[in-house]
Design a protein around this ligand. Sequence first.
Ligand code: 13P
Length: 246
Amino acid sequence: MKKFIVGNFKMNTTLHEFAKYLDEFLPLIKDCKNVVALSIPYTHLMLASQKLVATNVVYGSQNISTEEKGAYTGEISNLMVKDLGAYFTLVGHSEIRKKFRETNEQINQKIIRALSVNLKCILCIGETRTERNSNKTKMVLKKQLEVALKGLYENELKNIIIAYEPVWAIGTGKMPTVKEIEKTVEDIRQIIMDMFSQNSAEKICVIYGGSVNQNNCTNLLKIKNINGLLVGGACLDAKEFSNIVK
Ligand code: 13P
């Protein structure tokens, strides 16, 4: 089955650097059967719409506003992102949850906005180190999922990708063991089953993120019930990211 491999650029690369990156990256992965997705800065969406047409790479934004239009200085809406051909948006990344105090309720609004214009959502969830140490991982993920997915119809879940990213694994070189990830992904599917159905729990796409690189990706992709990876730092090197994708 095809894997969903996402590179999250975060706040990295100028437009010129991104163009050079694509020139190197695209030939390296052109025969790859996996789904490749780039989560890029808003300023790069227009270029992506030109350079990624007729390639096997989709692209999207790293966030959208809770609002559709109006007096919201500095915000970017669902429609603006969709207008530039984005396939998805990331929502609920822990860096935004933390730095901008984004709430699960706001994430829910963003998801509803995204789905209303046919943008898929990569919903990031994950526990902090303290929460894991005090055995609260499942409880935290349950709250994040229950609020973020509130009010969604079951048939909308096909447009949701759940990215399990333990906060303490992001950019640290640390990560849970394979067994721990497997157990957490099982928990996530169980929560989806309780909220929706067994069928949805089996079908929903769940990917893992946090310190993924070209050396650990193969083992991570062997984990039962994992449908792909969300890669941060390691996606910035075109050669390394192409190795992960392959
Ligand atoms: P790193 O791969 O750099 O740990 O980042 C993960 C991440 O936050 C992707 O969204």
